[in-house]
Design a protein around this ligand. Structure first.
Ligand SMILES: *Cc1c(COP(=O)(O)O)cnc(C)c1O
Length: 385
């Protein structure tokens, strides 16, 4: 079956799996062969699709996967993925046994958590944990050497728990000024040195640190945004030591074209008025797809040229003004390339006053994803089936 026949709506995301592979190869060259790669596939792989990205990352050299919540890890297990998965966010202590049985690694961030989790564990399975240190992010984590040592001792006494890793997370690794990350790194090094036994995995780097900070690579990096071909921030975008290829593009199709007379209006609130005779086309994508209302006034690509979105964005549809008559069925690109033109996710992020991460994550599950490999579509993700 052709990719487009596996859904019935003319709006879709294309994900280039070769780009994912390429980006992993690029980071491997930057970090060298001694450092491992944990592919961060939380939030539906930053909007790209959990399973296909997880599989591609693993076949491209990643040894571990990371997600934010235990449900995401369970979903990957249900889809047959057996690689080690680390849950980076908080889990319920009552889920410790479930995680242990599924070989899902949990993050430990307090002594209380550990004491509670212990009561749920049986001897049937060992829970592997990663100790999270808060060295300046002010989010999840152990702050003091005292607590860290107590946790290590406690784990030592619990047969069903074993420490696989210790890690921290940087707040400003995507900024040119290195001083805050330097301090976090120092704090982390000091904390790690407090442990009696060094865990197999010591990790700190997100994409930005992996790209820019050799000193923070340690045993493994947590590779998120740049695996998808995106820069961790605009501040460092033109200094990247790797050539990244964005994997995601977003497309739709004109479903109707009409000629409006001068003075006729478009969309809710009738806020847009045709200044003269105008060609207006309707697109089957709206804010429920993640194409949010603030996109009003931005541009999309039709026939390689930029045309404006006019009137309010609706839940499922929006309108554009064409320079000429085009027929229904004409492809419209909202993110990505068309001929020589390109709309980058970063341009949209700037327009929305946010970051590329948020734009990618916002593309909702309702939009089908088509996966490409070697210039051929290889699979489809349709969350509605
Ligand atoms: C999301 C996340 C990452 C990945 O960060 P990127 O900037 O996308 O590379 C790494 N570590 C933690 C703890 C995270 O929550």
């Amino acid at each position: 079956m052709k990719a487009q026949e596996q859904f019935h709506r003319d709006t879709w995301v294309e994900v280039d799996l070769d780009a994912i592979e390429h980006n992993i190869e690029q980071i491997s060259q930057v970090i060298g062969p001694k450092v491992g790669i944990m592919a961060v596939v939380k939030a539906n792989a930053y909007g790209h699709g959990y399973v296909q990205i997880a599989k591609t990352a693993l076949s491209s050299g990643a040894t571990h996967l990371a997600v934010a919540f235990i449900d995401e890890a369970l979903f990957l297990r249900k889809q047959g993925i057996q690689a080690p998965i680390v849950v980076l966010g908080a889990s319920r202590p009552s889920d410790a046994e479930l995680a242990a049985r599924q070989s899902i690694r949990l993050t430990i961030y307090s002594k209380e958590w550990l004491q509670q989790a212990e009561t749920y564990l049986t001897k049937d399975a060992t829970l592997l944990v990663h100790l999270k240190c808060d060295t300046g992010m002010g989010r999840l984590g152990i702050k003091t050497a005292q607590e860290l040592k107590e946790i290590e001792k406690l784990v030592h006494d619990i047969e069903a728990i074993s420490i696989e890793g210790i890690y921290t997370h940087f707040a400003t690794a995507d900024e040119l000024d290195r001083s805050y990350t330097d301090r976090q790194m120092d704090t982390f090094t000091t904390l790690v040195a407090e442990l009696k036994e060094k865990p197999p995995l010591v990790h700190a780097s997100n994409s930005a640190a992996a790209l820019f900070r050799q000193d923070s690579l340690l045993s493994i990096i947590r590779f998120g945004i740049s695996m998808y071909g995106l820069s961790p921030s605009s501040e460092i975008a033109d200094r990247l030591p790797a050539k990244l290829i964005p994997a995601l593009s977003l497309h739709t199709t004109i479903v109707q074209v009409k000629k409006l007379k001068r003075g006729e209006k478009v969309s809710y609130g009738a806020t847009y008025e045709a200044a003269e005779e105008e060609w207006i086309a309707t697109l089957p994508i709206g804010y429920a797809d993640g194409w949010i209302r603030k996109m009003q006034g931005f541009e999309v690509l039709v026939d390689g040229i930029r045309v404006p979105l006019v009137g309010r964005i609706c839940m499922d549809q929006c309108m554009i003004r064409l320079p000429d008559e085009y027929s229904p069925g004409t492809r419209v690109t909202l993110i990505g390339r068309q001929g020589k033109s390109e709309i980058k996710i970063e341009e949209i992020a700037d327009y929305l006053d946010t970051i590329n991460y948020e734009v990618a994550c916002a593309i909702s599950a309702r939009v089908p994803r088509i996966y490409w490999k070697e210039k051929k579509s290889v699979s489809v993700l349709n969350a509605l089936m």
